[in-house]
Design a protein around this ligand. Structure first.
Ligand code: MN
Length: 704
């Protein structure tokens, strides 16, 4: 189609169209697509021109037609969205961008199961209803030229996609004609043999029955004319695809179907529709159960018509659809027909308001007068509370709006959420709390062990993710408590040369009100009981060794350090684990008192410029209580390894008070163990003996 042919065609449909901008878009598109060719061998630009023609025939606004001319420039040429905005303005740029985004989603869904979700995704992604209409016209022209594509597999895939996604989508917005053409074209490629057979059978039966059709049509017209009804009567030709569907779904034979004649009666008013119905039912016998009144109760997509089946003039079954001209137009061209009737005063508001998902759009339509404004405000995504994201394999996952990547992980599988350490969205590393957008492809990367989810609790939207996180945190906490409890009990028992076997430990169950080892370990790990209490309960007659009091438990014991001032409060530096024998120094802070640091503490750098605040300190001799020291240890992940660690510590008289497990990977554990010791020789003996164990990879004291 030449430039002037296209513009003429548009002007026929819409005389007020802006010629200048159409010409500009035509030239821009020609230049951009340059020498690119279609599979047919035609210049590439012939495709956007045809798409523009389809939209023009739907009587869409000039903006839509301009966008149709430009719709492949971003995807397939060097043009950028900025170029388009500069040349054609913001609105056009927005629409072209929208169409490009839909194009990028093509070919992604992996199975029929996903089709409904994918249709919703397309609806939701099209922020302006025109984007969807351009996309459908684009698909229609691609289907019309699909026979040029040589690759059979590709043809099948595209046909299947059209059948499962785009044709139903056209139906959803009420565009029956477009839907049927898409279906029929797909059918041609998808089931070419079946279609050929059906077409041939239809041709034969049509020829055979054409006399009956002619006769019935005349009889219908005569009868209605006699009753002074002005109308047009059409014989309806059935499309191979819809027949095939009926054969498949209703399990009917082709004879049963092709024995039915279809007619359509179009009249002016709704009242006449019911008059026609009355007249036909008087003249010919109606088949019970076949009457449907979609005028008083329209279909979900807004379709309105009366359907009835009669025993016709020659004792043939005759299906009749009765509707107004306007209903006919709306049924065939759906949403696209709205703008035409929009200018009409007696717009059928009932019709519009009956389209379920367009209800809100209709409100906008009724409030704001101008068609342009209606189009601009038609943001479909406002009316959909869900979004759809892809797995890398192309499965669509529906999620509530504002859901995050972590929600996505939990939606796929609870374990995927619990082990989700990183996410990639559209191939790029993103935080797990990232809110997903429609069409995002989300890849979840798993760690080998459950991850810390505490800080992410507030960033999930779905109930599934929320409860899974709470469960996982609880489970991890009690897991750690059990480990710790077990370690503490072992340590106390082995310091008395006893083994805490199940039989022995069970003797404490009654007194401690627990019924399993698990809950006993948890009780001790939580601190609700102690290892010593358990020991005393199971060996009531064995007096425990007198153990030194602990400095941190007996807080009222004064700090056993020489050189402090009696009138100044003193304390150990926060997060330090100093024991007698460690080299220490005091820093005097007027408002806090004296802070005791290890001489190796990195924090001392902060006081280098004020030597006057440094004071010399030394530990007192003969201290009769223990101090908490801390070690960091990396051990091989093997059965019984924790046991050999705790018993080694116990063998040296160390008392484990805390054990924090940070799983590093499947081969190694990283542990932090707090041990009560007498002095620094005591702890360094323990560290040395731990270091000698074959299961220990590394061990260090942490002083602070
Ligand atoms: Mn295209």
């Amino acid at each position: 189609m030449s430039q002037s042919q296209l513009v003429d065609r548009i002007l026929v449909n819409k005389p007020e169209a802006d010629k200048a901008i159409l010409n500009k878009a035509y030239i821009f598109g020609t230049k951009m697509h340059g020498r690119q060719l279609r599979a047919s061998g035609d210049p590439y630009f012939s495709h956007p021109i045809e798409v523009a023609g389809i939209l023009s025939d739907l009587k869409l606004d000039t903006t839509s037609v301009v966008c149709a001319l430009l719709h492949d420039t971003i995807e397939d040429t060097n043009a950028t969205i900025q170029d388009i905005e500069e040349n054609f303005g913001r609105e056009v740029a927005k629409l072209v961008d929208g169409v490009t985004k839909l194009t990028l989603l093509e070919g992604k869904p992996d199975s029929t199961k996903q089709a409904e979700n994918f249709r919703k995704l397309l609806l939701a992604s099209a922020s302006d209803i025109r984007i969807l209409l351009i996309k459908l016209a684009d698909r229609l022209h691609n289907m019309r030229t699909l026979h040029f594509i040589k690759d059979q597999k590709k043809r099948k895939r595209i046909s299947r996609e059209t059948l499962e996604i785009y044709a139903p989508l056209a139906g959803r917005i009420g565009m029956q004609e477009l839907k049927e053409e898409l279906e029929d074209l797909s059918f041609t490629f998808f089931e070419p043999k079946i279609r050929d057979i059906l077409k041939e059978r239809l041709r034969i039966s049509k020829k055979k029955k054409s006399k009956i059709v002619q006769f019935t049509k005349k009889e219908l017209e005569k009868t209605l004319k006699k009753n002074k009804i002005k109308c047009s009567v059409f014989g309806r030709e059935k499309k191979p695809y819809s027949i095939w569907k009926k054969l498949e779904i209703q399990h009917k034979s082709l004879e049963q179907l092709s024995d039915i004649f279809g007619f359509r009666v179009c009249v002016e008013t709704i009242q006449e529709c019911y008059e026609v119905l009355g007249i036909l039912h008087c003249e010919w016998q109606a088949i019970p159960g076949k009457f449907k009144d979609y005028i008083s109760t329209p279909k979900k997509n807004g379709y309105q018509s009366i359907h009835t089946t009669l025993i016709g003039p020659q004792n043939q079954r005759v299906e009749v659809q009765i509707r107004t001209e306007k209903m006919n137009d709306l049924a065939e061209r759906g949403l696209a027909a709205h703008w035409i009737y929009k200018d009409n005063d007696d717009i059928e508001r009932d019709y519009l308001s009956s389209i379920e998902w367009i209800n809100d759009l209709v409100d906008i339509l009724n409030r704001d007068g101008a068609t342009e404004e209606f189009l601009e405000n038609t943001k479909l995504e406002l009316f959909l509370d869900q979004i759809y994201a892809f797995t890398p394999k192309g499965t669509l996952v529906p999620l509530p709006r504002n859901a995050t990547a972590l929600d996505f992980a939990y939606a796929v599988h609870t374990d995927l959420g619990n082990f989700c350490s990183r996410v990639k969205i559209n191939g790029i590393d993103k935080p797990r709390r990232t809110v997903l957008q429609n069409g995002d492809e989300v890849e979840i990367l798993k760690s080998k062990s459950p991850v810390a989810l505490e800080s992410l609790q507030e960033f999930v939207k779905t109930g599934k993710a929320k409860s899974a996180i709470i469960r996982s945190i609880k489970e991890k906490k009690s897991h750690n408590q059990r480990l710790l409890g077990k370690a503490i009990i072992k340590s106390v028992f082995s310091s008395h040369r006893k083994k805490p076997t199940r039989d022995i430990l069970e003797r404490s169950f009654g007194a401690l009100q627990v019924n399993s080892l698990k809950s006993l370990y948890e009780l001790v790990g939580r601190g609700d009981s102690s290892g010593s209490q358990v020991y005393d309960l199971v060996f009531p007659n064995n007096k425990r060794k007198k153990i030194k009091k602990n400095y941190y438990i007996e807080k009222n014991i004064s700090i056993p350090v020489q050189g402090l001032h009696s009138d100044m409060p003193a304390q150990f530096a926060e997060n330090s684990f100093l024991v007698p024998g460690d080299k220490i120094v005091g820093i005097v802070l007027p408002e806090k008192g004296i802070i005791i640091f290890s001489v190796d503490s990195l924090e001392l750098v902060n006081y280098e410029k004020s030597p006057e605040s440094w004071i010399k300190l030394e530990w007192k001799k003969d201290i009769d209580f223990t101090f908490t020291s801390r070690i960091r240890i990396t051990i091989i992940n093997e059965v019984g390894v924790l046991n050999s660690i705790t018993s080694t510590i116990a063998d040296y008289g160390g008392n484990i008070t805390n054990l924090i497990l940070n799983e590093k990977d499947s081969d190694f554990y990283n542990l932090i163990i707090d041990i009560n010791v007498n002095d620094n020789k005591h702890i360094s003996d323990i560290v040395k003996s731990l270091d000698g164990l074959p299961v220990v990879e590394a061990v260090n004291r942490f002083i602070g």
